[in-house]
Design a protein around this ligand. Sequence first.
Ligand code: APR
Length: 235
Amino acid sequence: MEQIVEWLTSSKHTVVLTGAGMSTESGLADFRSKSGWWQQIDPRTVATTEALTSNYALFQQFYAARIQALEDVKPHDGHFILANWQRRGLIQHIATQNVDGLHTLAGSDNVDELHGSIRSVRCQKCGQAAEMQHFLAKEACPCGGKLRPNVVLFGENLPQEAWNHTLSHMKAAQLVIVIGTSLEVYPVSQLPHMTNGKTVYINLESGQSHFDLTIEGKAGETLKIIDALLKHDTI
Ligand code: APR
């Protein structure tokens, strides 16, 4: 742990990339763990444009359930610690694959949501933004199109601005900290290879071998330990 404290305090450009493992301590399921979404449901039946067009009832039910589950979900200490590190200038950028908005709710700025957000919806046909309650009530767009959350479905392009912004931060980074992701989904899985900086992987399962430092553990707990060492370090 001392090594990451040293790298964090000496790095002039630190980027954090998170995945669903960053939100499990807030009570949200991840995707590929034993208790993950994709162990219960085939992603092709809900997380593709094919599912949106050919099986809208199941598509709407899946996302409506995840949206409604967010009502009782709050950021955990790990989210607040990252927001505090950003305010203190210890980290310069946060990019996430998560669509739950918890980094922003915890006070982090300019978070790049590389897989979009489940907190807003639009019409699949005309692209118009729509009210969430219309999606939850299974209503169609006035144009007749189907409403869908602003998440990136498998096969869709990532938001170009968020991707380019994160890529430029990765290229400039002296330190990249990847937290709570299996790194199984392209192109985000490629991001840690696009930096010349030191790379750290904080995850429950180690699984990745090309990082300079791997810390096996829970995101929130690990961030609390590092934060305590940082505070000690700055006394
Ligand atoms: N602390 C640290 N790691 C954790 C924790 C935790 N509390 N809980 C789970 N993990 C780890 C799991 O062991 C797993 O390796 O986080 C990782 C989560 O991996 P995935 O479930 O594959 O989630 P993610 O990598 O974010 O998936 C990427 O896949 O289906 C798409 O769009 C979806 O954005 C998602 C993308």
